[in-house]
Design a binder for this molecule. Structure first.
Ligand code: ADP
Length: 319
């Protein structure tokens, strides 16, 4: 999608906010009582950050930007981002893939690809990503931390500044896919990311969840956030969906989907179900070893689930 029409809706705005960039910003009925009304009606908020055009220019050689989102941490968002990137690169050596990890509070992509401690080279043009394979380039905030156990506890403006720098300063070659692993939730950081990508070729978002109701209610928020910001939802991945015993191959439910799980929620919210990934000890090992799961264990239920997910993402993408 050319997301130039994305609505800029601050997270603290009223429900039917017309969007900061709209002609009626600060003036519509929905603006009454909104904390942003003064700044919107003054015209200050409508001025576009020059970084938006710069990011659009920087990403003009990218065909598809795919955002990977989750309502909560620990549901497998980085696992899905990493395996999606590895699978796309593995299935077609002519497909150039980038993986950008902007989960600034818990960047796990370097660990999941065995790239911890790698140095990022900086030139006059910007930062060069680290090449995991000829057709898979990776950039993560984790590469810039002096100590892998450093907690990144920066506050809003500094985080946003870093995200902006990541989007403007990384030199990507021509890419078929740029997978962006985002921080969990629907905070101000997400609003910033969507805003910064307003002129970038965003194809859509993949939302990762687990089957329990507590996780699903966050996903509903995530879907509504996408709708509000006019970001297309490519679909939902239900992760840790059952467990296949490695000894007897019998399948059990670890988190019973009391309310019908992601499938029912997708039906209700009219979004596509991309696939179900079971709890799979071998997947954890592949991630720890930085390996592509579908290449290592092609005959497993889990690999088939990933192939289905990748196929649906490809089908929704520009060729
Ligand atoms: P998030 O990015 O949502 O915080 P991660 O992708 O880092 O979550 O996953 C958390 C942990 O759970 C990681 O150690 C990961 O390897 C493991 N994990 C994720 N999904 C699965 C799965 N389907 N089977 C087994 N382990 C998984």
């Amino acid at each position: 999608m050319e997301s130039s029409s994305s609505k800029n809706v601050p997270s603290n705005a009223n429900e039917s906010c017309p969007g900061v960039g709209s002609d009626t910003a600060g003036k519509s009925d929905a603006c009454a009582g909104c904390p942003n009304q003064t700044v919107c009606s003054s015209g200050e908020a409508q001025k576009e950050d020059p970084a938006i055009a710069e990011i659009g220019e920087k990403l003009k050689n990218v065909k598809n930007v795919i955002l990977v989102l989750s309502g909560k941490g620990g549901v497998g968002k980085s696992t899905v981002s990493t395996q999606l990137a590895l699978s796309l690169a593995h299935q077609d050596e002519n497909c150039n893939v980038g993986l950008l990890d902007i989960d600034i509070c818990g960047p796990s992509v370097p660990r999941m690809l065995g790239l911890e401690g790698q140095e990022v080279h900086q030139s006059n043009e910007g930062w060069s990503p680290v090449y995991f394979e000829d057709n898979l380039a990776v950039m993560s905030i984790g590469f810039l931390l002096p100590n892998k156990d450093d907690a990144v506890i920066w506050r809003g403006p500094r985080k946003n500044g870093l995200i902006k720098q990541f989007l403007t300063d990384v030199i990507w070659e021509e890419l078929d896919y740029l997978i962006i692993d985002t921080p969990p939730g629907t905070s101000d950081e997400h609003i910033s990311i969507i805003q910064y990508l307003k002129k970038a070729p965003v194809t859509g978002a993949v939302i990762v969840t687990t089957p329990q109701e507590v996780a699903l209610s966050d996903v509903r928020k995530e879907i509504n956030f996408c709708k509000k910001t006019e970001t297309p939802v490519l679909g939902v991945v239900e992760n840790m969906s059952g467990f296949v015993c490695p000894n007897c191959a019998c399948q059990s439910e670890i988190f019973p989907p009391v309310t019908g799980g992601a499938a029912k929620m997708c039906e209700d919210m009219k979004v596509q179900m991309l696939g179900r990934v079971p709890l799979e000890p071998k997947l954890l090992l592949s991630c720890e070893a930085g390996k592509c799961f579908i290449a290592q264990h092609p005959d497993t239920v889990t690999a088939k689930a990933f192939v289905e997910i990748v196929g649906k993402v490809k089908a929704a993408s520009k060729k």
